[in-house]
Design a binder for this molecule. Structure first.
Ligand SMILES: Cc1ncc(COP(=O)(O)O)c(C=O)c1O
Length: 379
């Protein structure tokens, strides 16, 4: 079986997790702090905060940036959001009481079309949800210029872009907040988990309170056990110590994982580029992008793509689709806002014709060669 995701966790993670069992400190411990410190120093961020998962971090960021808005001015303020993304990017906006305004992507790397983004800004717009599609950085510098011009906040969804940089600067460090995912299929995992990165100390401190009920004193800071006050509305979006322990050990392996992913990507790209009947999405191979999966588009219609995916499955090759629908076409959003296919042609094209192939660190060259030979046959 060629698995799409096969988290590479081993004895190092198990040994470190055992220390949590020994200490019996499952929350409020030092390992989440250790994970945050290592993460920010390895990737070059000012501040880092562990969260329960990426979606929680995105929600927390949108909530915190907009909680002071006077809702009598506009019943629902707007945040511009890519149509071609995981639903979490949009749900985080909507859950904060804001309206996600969707924008189509370009048809080369799948990132948000920046000209359309500019056109989508109205006097109700308060923010931009940027997202780096399949590890290829979006034009975040231009997005930041537009944000500055229009006085908008920016939250970067970096769920599948860990390690990507723009002009030497890591993704997530451009916007007001950036959020990563450690779901098991991601470039590194904590089982379930996420990391927020922030530039400003003050915003970091506020988010730290809002991440944990809004209580004003952490466990260690309480002079009298059980005594604290709550100056802010907050969530329980903390990460526990066990996932953080897995994360600390995964961080030590990240570079090695990414090297294999890059080689796997290069191999598949070389081998598949000579096959008629498909095209490869996603720009150049370089050290500034992250390597999440390799996305191909199958010539023809959705039915043909589904046929190819089914044949791969029948030959024990797991695949996925990033993402199965433009978000506004998903039932919840289509019902809420209506859906106009003409507005999301590029996103539709990706959803309906693409197949995501794994380039995970678990795959050997002979397994990739098998994927290539099966693809040649079925296409
Ligand atoms: C772009 C993007 N954002 C957010 C998420 C959600 O991440 P999590 O499962 O950590 O909440 C995903 C998951 O695949 C994603 O691809």
């Amino acid at each position: 079986m060629i698995k799409f995701g096969d988290p590479q966790v081993g004895v190092e993670e198990i040994e470190y997790v055992k220390t949590i069992f020994d200490s019996k400190v499952f929350v409020h411990g030092t390992v989440t702090v250790e994970f945050e410190k290592s993460f920010k120093s390895i990737f070059g961020y000012n501040h880092a905060l562990t969260v329960a998962n990426c979606t929680a971090g995105l929600h927390l960021a949108h909530f915190s940036k907009t909680k002071h808005l006077d809702r009598s001015v506009a019943e629902r303020f707007e945040v511009v959001c890519p149509a071609m993304t995981h639903v979490a990017t949009a749900h985080a906006i909507e859950l904060a009481g804001l309206k996600a305004v969707f924008v189509d992507c370009n048809n080369t790397d799948g990132n948000m079309d920046i000209d359309l983004l500019e056109l989508a800004i109205t006097d109700k717009t308060v923010g931009i949800a940027a997202m780096h599609f399949n590890g290829v950085p979006c034009d975040i510098e231009r997005i930041m210029e537009i944000a500055a011009k229009n006085d908008l906040y920016v939250v970067e969804d970096c769920a599948i872009a860990l390690g990507a940089r723009v002009n030497g600067r890591p993704v997530g460090s451009f916007g007001d907040a950036g959020v990563f995912s450690f779901h098991p299929v991601k470039q590194m995992t904590t089982g379930e988990g996420g990391m927020m990165v922030l530039n400003e100390r003050e915003f970091h401190d506020t988010l730290k309170l809002e991440r944990a009920f809004g209580v004003d004193r952490t466990f260690g800071e309480r002079k009298q056990a059980g005594m604290y006050d709550v100056p802010l509305l907050g969530f329980n979006y903390r990460m526990a110590e066990i996932p953080a322990a897995i994360g600390v050990k995964q961080l030590e392996k990240f570079d090695a994982f990414e090297d294999v992913r890059k080689n796997n990507y290069q191999y598949l790209k070389d081998e598949l580029s000579v096959i008629n009947g498909l095209s490869i999405m996603g720009g150049d191979i370089n050290d500034d992008r992250a390597y999440y999966c390799l996305i191909i588009k199958i010539d023809g219609d959705r039915e043909n793509r589904d046929r190819v995916a089914a044949e791969l499955k029948s030959k024990d090759i797991q695949t996925s689709v990033y993402y199965p629908h433009p978000v506004p076409r998903l039932a919840y959003y289509a019902k809420k806002y209506g859906y106009s296919a003409v507005k999301f042609k590029n996103a539709e094209d990706i959803s309906d014709r693409s197949i995501a192939l794994s380039i995970g660190a678990h795959l050997s060259e002979s397994q990739l060669a098998y994927v290539v030979s099966v693809l040649k046959e079925v296409i």
